[in-house]
Design a protein around this ligand. Sequence first.
Ligand SMILES: [Zn+2]
Length: 171
Amino acid sequence: MAEAQIPHRVDATKLVEHNQQLRAAINSSDLPRLNEAVDQCLAPVDCIVSFEKDAERFRMIVGSCSTRVVMTCQRCLGSVEIAVGSQFSLGLVFNDEQARNLPKRLEPVEMDENGVIDLWSVLEDEVLLALPAFPTHPESECQIQQPEPEDIISNEKRPNPFDVLAQLKQK
Ligand SMILES: [Zn+2]
């Protein structure tokens, strides 16, 4: 499906004024930090972003991103396909002071003095934040052999029945 490309750098203040909504797929090969963080990107990053002002007049980007990647399962070290999805509400600010005054529900994104942001980089950040810190297969699909229940028990320190008796006698 041919969709309009989301521009790399945008004038965020202007887009807020126009209440602009953008929808596009960013080629994952154009997002170097995402490529670095995963073994493989299986799909473009699908993004919908809306530039708006909320009731308190804060400039915001509200949106979502999704894609599919391959990461290394931290249990069996095999490849695992991960569906990544992120929803975010960002507050557009010009400086640290404005960032501190944002309500907690808005994550600050700093514009340059002309109101310009690197939109791709902002969206890439959101995808990176949505990646699991500890990717694993679902337990039934993981290739590692789960230890047998007996092994677990024998490895555990079982209370010695004589110790228990000794404790009882001391009471
Ligand atoms: Zn696994």
